[in-house]
Design a protein around this ligand. Structure first.
Ligand SMILES: Nc1ncnc2c1ncn2[C@@H]1O[C@H](COP(=O)(O)OP(=O)(O)OP(=O)(O)O)[C@@H](O)[C@H]1O
Ligand SMILES: [Mg+2]
Length: 263
């Protein structure tokens, strides 16, 4: 469960000026629910994920993960609750370490971590896991990750993010840098892992079709606030043109405000 309660995040622009990026934002996500987060560039989607992961501080409000108030905890203490994959395939893995060593690091993290009985047993288990990724990595466990392609690295990062059975999975445009075939594979893996590990997931995407297909709920952000929160029949009735219309409405209101300011 994720409970984001009335949070405020702003960044100092120097000279005493502040840029408020998230304003009075509240979001409740039930355990096991997957939510797509969409919204224009600069809407605050990544900042929301950063606030949950603890990489940006809150000026007000609080965040609970599975009922525990994590607001005062630094990023490294929250890391046991949080699995993350970012847009950049290079960001989630250590390139100068082998596939197996990266997996071992990830598996040691977290309270529900894999028990690593013996290295050979762990290697066998991981060979099975990476074989399921369908990218031929089971034969490359002892190769450095820097030799893998972006799609292979992103699939590995996703596996690493779910290995410790985190309370929440935060995915920030994690298929955006991949070619259509790999984006499809990693998208499908995401669905499988969320189901298998019963994860609570927030997935940021600019792909409207994917946003609708992958989640039972779609949240649209604009200028630091949630402007639409669709679930149930409302979400079932929604289609890509409908989402695009919502985008345009939000932008239209913004242009109207600009016009008012100029006149
Ligand atoms: N560390 C930071 N310092 C200053 N400003 C920041 C910082 N991080 C984000 N911002 C600002 O906060 C706003 C929201 O950024 P954020 O990255 O959350 O947007 P986003 O919705 O993820 O956009 P995109 O779709 O382009 O990824 C932007 O105006 C950005 O410049
Ligand atoms: Mg972003």
């Amino acid at each position: 469960m994720i409970s984001v309660h009335d949070i405020l995040v702003s960044f100092s622009l120097g000279g005493g000026a502040e840029h408020t990026v998230l304003r009075n934002l509240t979001l409740e996500v039930k355990r096991g629910q997957t939510v797509s987060i969409i919204g224009s560039n600069g809407a605050g989607k990544s900042t929301l994920l950063n606030a949950i992961a603890g990489t940006v501080p809150l000026q007000a409000g609080k965040i609970l993960l599975d009922g525990q108030d994590v607001t005062p905890l630094p990023e490294w203490e929250r890391a046991i609750h949080v699995g993350r994959v970012r847009q950049d395939p290079l960001a989630g893995t250590a390139g100068d370490m082998t596939v197996l060593d990266n997996l071992a690091l990830a598996a040691r993290k977290g309270p529900r971590r894999f028990r690593i009985a013996t290295p050979p047993k762990f290697a066998r288990e991981m060979a099975e896991r990476v074989a399921e990724l369908g990218m031929g990595l089971e034969n490359r466990l002892h190769e450095n990750v820097s030799r893998l392609s972006g799609g292979q690295r992103q699939a590995l990062t996703l596996l690493m993010a779910v290995l410790s059975r985190p309370s929440v999975l935060l995915l920030d445009e994690h298929t955006a840098a991949l070619d259509p075939a790999n984006a499809e594979i990693v998208g499908e893996l995401t669905r499988r892992f969320i189901e298998e590990f019963q994860l609570t997931a927030l997935i940021v995407t600019h792909d409207m079709k994917r946003a609708l297909d992958q989640a039972s709920r779609v949240v649209m952000m604009h200028e630091g606030s949630i402007i639409a929160d669709l679930s149930g029949p409302e979400k079932d009735r929604m289609d890509v043109p409908g989402l695009v219309r919502l985008f345009k409405q939000a932008r239209g209101a913004e242009y109207a405000e600009d016009r008012d300011l100029l006149t």
